[in-house]
Design a protein around this ligand. Structure first.
Ligand SMILES: Nc1ncnc2c1ncn2[C@@H]1O[C@H](COP(=O)(O)OP(=O)(O)OP(=O)(O)O)[C@@H](O)[C@H]1O
Length: 73
């Protein structure tokens, strides 16, 4: 994900914190109430990882959960 993409999304402070921690190489648990932006952030983290030339392994506990990530599942 490039800087323009991050700017366009206008992430919240907590989304930016999680993103910066991922970029720093930390393992991050992303949780929160329904609709707070978890899936949006995870999708863009996956895009960022791929843009870094790395592979992404993505799993969900159910098919319904995975349906939120149609571009990758
Ligand atoms: N920083 C943001 N600013 C504005 N809208 C946002 C932001 N992050 C996410 N959204 C929007 O909020 C909506 C809910 O986001 P998302 O589906 O990522 O939430 P979620 O936490 O994964 O929800 P759920 O727990 O129900 O699966 C989407 O329409 C998404 O585009």
């Amino acid at each position: 994900m490039d800087a323009a993409m991050e700017q366009q999304l206008n992430y919240t402070a907590i989304q930016n914190l999680a993103l910066s921690m991922v970029k720093a190489g930390h393992s991050v648990y992303i949780g929160g109430q329904a609709g707070c932006g978890k899936s949006t952030l995870v999708t863009h983290i996956m895009q960022w990882v791929e843009n870094e030339g790395k592979s992404v392994a993505f799993t969900c506990t159910t098919g319904v959960a995975c349906s939120n990530f149609s571009p990758v599942c």
